[in-house]
Design a protein around this ligand. Sequence first.
Ligand code: HEM
Length: 393
Amino acid sequence: MSRPTGCPFDPPAEFTALRAEEPISRVRLWNGKLAWLVTRYDDVRAVLSDPRFSSDMSKPGFPSHSEGVAVTRTKHPTFLNMDDPEHAVHRRMLTRDFMIKRVEALRPRIQQHVDELLDQFTAGPQPADLVTGFALPVTSSVISELLGVPYEDHEFFQRQSGLLISGTVGPEEAMVAFDSVREYLRGLVERKAVEPAQDVISHLIEIERAGSITRDELLNMLSLLLRAGHETTANMIALGTLALLEHPAQLAALKADPSPTAVANAVEELLRYLTITHYGRRRVATEDVEIGGTLIRAGEGVVAANDSANRDPDAFPGNPDELDLGRAARHHLTFGYGVHQCLGQPLARVELQVVYPTLLRRLPELRVAVPVSELPFKTHMVFYGLFSMPVEW
Ligand code: HEM
């Protein structure tokens, strides 16, 4: 399904009718296979919280996003594509590093990164690209510091990550990109094993020494964190800024009240409204399960469309197709739901809560330098966003 022409923030128009008339329907995937498409909020949550739906991409019937994504994630699985209890064992190794209290303590440091990168960005000529000049540097520098990856290498890992989440890259190219990141991380881990620091890599090396994970599992985990840790939030920075600029009344309200509560609320509404995780949460049934009155048989794939769920009027009263920064939206499904709900969400939230008000305060005249219709959107990437966004200020 394509996004409608006209508004780059809206999910496919078909979702409205499907939610009302056929909330669980059959869809044909890119590879010709059939899967169930689940579009209502309650049904999406029911799928994502039911252990009879598996995240294991190697299971027959799994509705993968593309061949490139399928091959890399099957060959080198991480807990993102494992089921409990194995999933929980691996995820628990990292909860300490991403817990709210720990991430909150990083807020001043994140503010410092944002201020310095904005200084560099605004020192250059105009127009300038907000994506490569600001959004990606912010998220890459923060995740690099947290993991213990040298930020100087950001161009390399940003490029490889981009290939890995492309919905159009073939399996060979995806594997080459994946292997190059793993080999890069392998060298880094070997160096950290000799010279440990206060970072996630050193923490994982301790866990490996205790015998709880293998070196391969450690590398896969790190590669997931590096990829998930910068690309997603960077898309939210650029697309969220565009959404604010395109909604002047909402923008004015946020400028008038940049209190922490108002900003936190605005971030949740932007996450809901934009749902950058627009390829749906993918699962395969391991037993026969009834969802919303429809029988899904063992072995059948399910696409739980969190972008549709986030526009469901039963969950978001009023007009969910409107951006309303005052809305209570924290129950959105942009970070998923259930056991796989995003591990990095505290970090993503703090980054966004720092970035938007800083941008608005320091660049009050910020504007897009080309017509919105000319901006290149990431329609076929696993995460929605912008490839580039020329701005002036
Ligand atoms: C706006 C930014 C972000 C969005 C929208 C987002 C979204 C998501 C979603 C939807 C899932 C669930 C996948 C599923 O159900 O199959 C997920 C999982 C995950 N995310 Fe994020 N994410 C973001 C930022 C981050 C950051 C900054 C990190 C930090 C490292 C991160 C790390 C992870 C990890 C490790 C998982 C796997 C969790 C599990 O399977 O238990 N994410 N994310």
